[in-house]
Design a protein around this ligand. Structure first.
Ligand code: PMP
Length: 460
């Protein structure tokens, strides 16, 4: 028996049945998968799209609100929501209108417009940080802020927490093993020694954090207020305060990545928990699903950035290159959509609905876990909710990872997909969007109840 409380032979038996069911009921996806294998590497546009729980990729025809339809005509309730990219639902009406408005007025010019000013003002109001910049993905926002932090402090090392994910930012691709920083397993084509300029410590471990910062060479700590990419790990009371104290004490900057934790409210955890970061980064849903990301900073950081800029201009011949920014960043289309999103979609009332439903979902999950007497726990973070195969919520990334039971997770996800429900792949995360209904949540709960009943009834 695995620590999850579910026997592996039961998981395998159910998985075989569900794989067959998927293949039989998705002939159009199967035909597209076959065709795609001729032109797309691995038969998918991004190689990890073949790592979902389905035996072949599920091809989507269209999505709207909390639902999408596959090419075989099945309807799904979507609790994955593009892993937060569509946290406010698929194609929200104000974003569709913004896309239409901007469509004939130019898509990208490398020059600002009024939309950019409005976005800066709205972001400043929401997060309490006065100055903002725009990039295209959260990965880029994090990369650029790390550069600023290094330039400002004159230090090279960055510190992250074990189990973190901040996008494909090379220097965050590390893990903590026996007190050492090591490369994350599975990296492809990485030629640099990432441990040279990155230090990693366990989340919720103030002593390890202090020891790592006390060396006086850390430019910045890049963190999520709660880990959300290795299951979910909430901060222990006082941990984030201590993080802020220690970063100040040892002269390191604090970067808060709100890309997922924006699930807590319109100003993320930064506002909800009164965090005082030097920089905030945010991507994914900030323009309602249109590629865009932002980073904000304090007045003090902005001043330091000006000095850095002036110095780099002096050093450069001709225009020079800062190593930041991409051509399509802050393009007119993205800015118009971000403005519409901030003004009309990402509202307090949208959050009130999402948070209420997520709390209902969490309560229901706990009830089902109790009913089936499973050693599982549920973690909530605003509109986001995660069930983990361990009796108490994890305190570190390592604890969260130790509870993984991949074949069980994949089988549960596949069972749900076969019944028209999608949750976030690779762990057990759900998001509720403004279009999700209580009936949708109840359907997810009833289907999970059903699959657990089936799994536990498979004889040993
Ligand atoms: N930060 C966090 C916390 C994330 O979870 C992710 C993606 N899952 C990113 C940054 C990177 O986002 P993107 O892949 O859109 O660049």
């Amino acid at each position: 028996m695995k620590p999850s409380g579910i026997a592996e032979h039961a998981v395998q038996a159910l998985n075989a049945r569900e794989r067959q069911r998927f293949v039989e009921s998705n002939p159009q996806s199967a035909a597209l998968a076959e065709r795609a294998s001729q032109s797309l590497f691995g038969g998918v546009p991004m190689h990890w799209m073949s790592d979902w729980s389905t035996p072949l990729p599920l091809f989507v025809a269209r999505a709207q609100g909390a639902r999408f339809f596959d090419v075989d005509g099945h309807e799904y309730v979507d609790f994955c929501l593009g892993d937060t990219g569509s946290m406010f639902g698929h194609s929200p009406a104000p974003i569709v209108a913004a896309l239409r408005e901007q469509a004939g007025h130019g898509l990208t010019t490398m020059l600002p417009g009024e939309d950019a000013v409005v976005c800066g003002e709205l972001l400043a109001e929401r997060f309490g940080l006065p100055f903002w910049q725009v990039a295209t993905t959260a990965t880029d926002a994090n990369r650029f802020v790390l550069r600023w932090a290094r330039a400002i402090t004159g230090r090279k090392v960055i510190l992250v927490f074990d189990g973190c994910y901040h996008g494909t930012v090379d220097e965050t691709m590390v893990r903590y093993r026996d007190g050492y920083t090591v490369h994350r397993p599975g990296l492809i084509g990485q030629a640099r020694n990432l441990t040279q300029h990155t230090r990693v410590v366990p989340f919720n471990d103030p002593a390890a954090l202090e020891q790592a910062l006390a060396r006086g060479d850390v430019a910045a700590v890049l963190c999520e207020p709660a880990l959300t990419n290795i299951g979910m790990v909430l901060p222990e009371p006082g941990f984030l305060d201590r993080l802020r104290e220690l970063t100040r004490q040892y002269g390191s900057l604090l970067i808060v990545d709100e890309t997922h934790t924006i699930s807590t409210g319109p100003g993320g955890c930064t506002r909800a928990w009164h965090l005082k970061p030097d920089f905030v980064t945010l991507g994914k849903p900030v323009a309602g699903g249109v590629p865009c990301s932002v980073y904000g900073c304090t007045a003090e950081m902005a001043q330091a950035m000006q000095l850095v800029r002036a110095h780099s201009r002096e050093m450069a011949e001709g225009h020079g290159h800062s190593g930041m920014g991409t051509t399509l960043s802050a393009n007119a289309l993205a800015m118009h959509c971000m403005r519409a999103n901030l003004e009309q979609v990402m509202t307090e009332s949208a959050y009130a609905h999402m948070l209420g439903l997520a709390a209902h979902l969490a309560q229901g999950l706990r009830r089902i876990i109790q009913k089936h007497e499973l050693p599982w726990s549920v973690t909530e973070l605003g509109a986001r909710c995660e069930f983990q195969f361990r009796a108490s919520p994890p305190k570190t990334g390592a604890e969260a990872e130790a509870a993984f039971h991949d074949s069980l997770q994949q089988t549960l996800h596949l069972y749900l997909i076969n019944r028209g429900i999608l949750i976030t792949p690779f762990h057990n995360m759900t998001l509720c969007c403004p279009d999700t209904t209580e009936a949708d949540v109840d359907r997810l709960l009833a289907t999970l109840d059903e699959v657990l009943g089936e799994l536990l009834a498979i004889p040993g």
